[in-house]
Design a protein around this ligand. Structure first.
Ligand SMILES: [Zn+2]
Length: 375
């Protein structure tokens, strides 16, 4: 993990880099921040930078043997401890699982980590064996750089076992750096806290969350701002909401597509066809399903059966628009055509062209109906 992989947090990053430049890195540091604040990522990036053989002003070089090992989580002098399930399970026993979880989601929560371990309702903790292993390992000479770093994620899970580490934290072996990561200071033994330099990490500012959602999840600015305001500084929650939004995207794109189609807005339809194609085949099938359900609703409403209660106001308006502009025959033709689209998508048809063909046909059907009516 490198500092520039972590969104925002420029002040904390600068402070941490400065302590390295000025060679006043405390031997025991507590990174204390709530869920989704990036405390663990910051500790890991700090370790990378501290180990880097050729750090630059902007951060760890990324190229020296030490950085390369840290990129692959393979530095023999950087260790990580975290809560595990079972009195005998040490962190090293499940490190591969942990790495995978963290790489997939750098804002991984403790709940997610326990779920990965299939903890069910079993209590997790940092056990005695892990603490003894840590003490023993740190007494050995470092393998490479001379420095040794031990990161303890979920330090509150040390419980009373934390007493075993008091001496180590107070007088660490030479060139040893202990980085504890916790959410709440009051859940730690006061004797541990008093021996650490505490770095408080605040929840993310809304601006940093929305910037990240726009750049990484390609959200529209207004959507990103809305999510950021709901997330209350928790980047993890914001990312989850952005991902849900992405899943919702396929059905939601039906509404503008159908509206443009009814209004004969060719340029907009062409652009939207490209966006829909990019969602991939599975999502396009969802789009078709939603479209079928929507057309069915219009059909039923024409017969007096109202199933539009759960629709948004904009969607309800579009239903009304459809009722006025389409005949029953139109709607049935369109539904058949959408069903056909689904099987063509399954057979690897060109989505953009298939959508364009629908648009052209549907416009024609609407025009024919209008001509019949007028005559
Ligand atoms: Zn380096």
């Amino acid at each position: 993990m490198f500092f520039d992989q972590i969104p925002g947090r420029s002040e904390v990053k600068e402070y941490l880099k400065q302590t390295i430049r000025q060679q006043r890195v405390p031997h025991a540091q507590l990174f204390c921040g709530p869920e989704g604040s990036g405390a663990l990522s910051l500790a890991l990036a700090f370790a990378t930078q501290l180990m880097c053989e050729k750090p630059t002003d902007s951060g760890a070089c990324g190229e020296c043997p030490s950085c390369r090992k840290n990129t692959h989580w393979a530095h023999p002098d950087v260790h990580v401890t975290f809560p595990t399930i079972g009195a005998q399970t040490k962190s090293a026993d499940v490190i591969q699982l942990w790495r995978e979880g963290f790489q997939k989601q750098p804002f991984m929560t403790m709940t997610e980590w326990f779920a990965l371990q299939e903890a069910d309702n079993k209590q997790g903790g940092i056990n005695k064996d892990e603490c003894l292993h840590m003490l023993k390992t740190l007494q050995m000479k470092s393998f490479e750089s001379g420095k040794k770093i031990w990161i303890i994620w979920g330090a509150e899970y040390l419980g009373k076992e934390g007493n075993r580490l008091l001496k180590l934290i107070e007088e660490p072996t030479p060139d040893t750096y202990i980085l504890l990561v916790a959410e709440e200071i009051q859940d730690l033994l006061p004797t541990i806290v008093s021996r650490c330099q505490v770095l408080k990490i605040k929840p993310y500012p809304e601006q940093e969350i929305s910037d990240y959602l726009v750049s990484t999840y390609h959200l529209e600015r207004h959507e990103a701002i809305q999510i950021a305001s709901y997330a209350e500084g928790d980047m993890h929650r914001a990312i989850q909401m952005a991902q849900e939004d992405e899943q919702q995207q396929a059905p939601l794109l039906w509404l503008p597509w159908f509206q443009y189609c009814l209004q004969a807005k060719t340029a907009q339809v062409l652009e939207l066809n490209g966006t829909i194609e990019q969602l991939g085949r599975e999502k396009v099938k969802q789009w078709v399903q939603f479209g079928l359900g929507f057309l069915r609703m219009i059909l039923l409403l024409r017969k007096g059966v109202d199933q539009t209660a759960t629709l948004s106001d904009a969607a309800k308006k579009l239903v009304q628009f459809g009722i006025q502009g389409l005949t029953e025959e139109n709607i049935i033709q369109m539904m058949d055509d959408l069903t056909e689209l689904e099987s063509q998508v399954e057979r690897n048809g060109q989505i953009r062209l298939l959508l364009l063909a629908r648009y052209v046909r549907w416009r024609q059907w609407i025009a024919e109906q209008r001509a019949t009516k007028a005559a």
